[in-house]
Design a protein. Structure first.
Length: 334
């Protein structure tokens, strides 16, 4: 399948999974082969109880089209999105590139999604009770000075159908989005979302997804803001604009154009940031780790650095549908 366009293959594979799930014995077959249950895997974080600590990161099922099917593959939680108020096509194709020798992917998808309302409808009709995270962003055409309205719109729409929220201001694929990570705009955005959150009888956990390209001073600002706005945690990290971890031909890399790198080249930096945040906060700030997780050892490295949960994306693509079970089995042995 790696001989074909990555984006086309993604939807073909997911449609096969959908068909398998809908067979008479499909759901039971998938669960018996890919799910694993053990008391030691149960994880408590930011007021929620996860059946295991291995989740599917945002970006894989942006539009919540395959929640029931993916829940049969052993994940403890699934994060949908990034969702925007209005549907948008995303960036021009091709926009997804594999680098198998580096176990990496470059993507510049650009928040392609069908809009938050379509996802809400699907989530209302899902059968599984798996924990769902809602990753929210802004439309490409929305100027940064009006971004708060987009995030607030998505937050309100998703509130009744997700278990926690992730605020994405760290994708490198939407022009100027990362400017929202600067201290004042980030504080204003998160404060407004918390004000809306607290207006509900039972507020939901809100986490911030950060870039791996932040320096220590910027990380200190993020920690201060997350603490002062009383967010529930951090997702570390998004994709990186740093290409130094790729061993592929430089011309080939340059020909992919702009985009964020995910996979094994991100592993070390992601762990460094998790460890830094943990040390700065004395381990009091929950962290969902994402970046270069392909095995149980990779997951354990993140947990030892201070994370309480892990997410896979590129590892899922390269390792296949058994990755959650494989990681969970490894964690049980520890």
């Amino acid at each position: 399948m790696f001989q074909y366009d990555p984006e086309q293959v993604h939807y073909k594979v997911m449609n096969w999974l959908h068909k398998a799930y809908n067979l008479g014995i499909g759901k039971r077959y998938l669960e018996s082969n890919f799910c694993i249950k053990h008391p030691s895997l149960e994880t408590h974080a930011f007021g929620l109880t996860f059946k295991n600590p291995v989740g599917l990161a945002a970006g894989f099922d942006k539009d919540a089209m395959f929640i029931d099917e993916l829940a049969c593959l052993g994940f403890g939680f699934i994060e949908i999105g990034t969702l925007t108020p209005k549907p948008q096509e995303g960036n021009d194709k091709p926009r997804l590139f594999r680098f198998p020798d580096d176990s990496a992917i470059i993507n510049r998808m650009g928040f392609n999604n069908q809009g938050v309302d379509a996802a809400v409808t699907r989530l209302k009709n899902r059968k599984t009770d798996i924990i769902i995270g809602g990753n929210i962003g802004k439309n490409k055409t929305t100027p940064n000075e009006e971004a708060i309205k987009d995030y607030e719109y998505c937050f309100k729409k998703l509130f009744d159908v997700v278990d926690y929220f992730v605020v994405n201001v760290s994708s490198p694929n939407t022009p100027n989005l990362r400017e929202l990570q600067e201290k004042k705009p980030l504080h204003d955005l998160l404060m407004q979302l918390q004000n809306v959150n607290m207006s509900y009888p039972n507020p939901k956990p809100i986490l911030l997804k950060i870039a791996p390209d932040l320096n220590e001073s910027q990380l200190d600002d993020v920690i201060d803001i997350v603490t002062s706005t009383r967010l529930s945690g951090i997702v570390a990290t998004n994709t990186t604009i740093d290409r130094q971890g790729l061993s592929a031909n430089k011309t080939l890399i340059e020909n992919t154009g702009a985009g964020g790198v995910s996979g094994k080249p991100l592993k070390q930096r992601s762990t460094e940031i998790i460890r830094y945040i943990t040390q700065k906060t004395n381990g009091k700030l929950p962290i969902i780790a994402v970046g270069g997780i392909f095995s149980g050892d990779d997951a354990q490295e993140k947990l030892q650095a201070g994370a309480c949960l892990v997410q896979v994306y590129t590892g899922f693509i390269y390792e296949g549908p058994g990755i959650a079970k494989k990681i969970c089995k490894s964690l049980i042995k520890l």
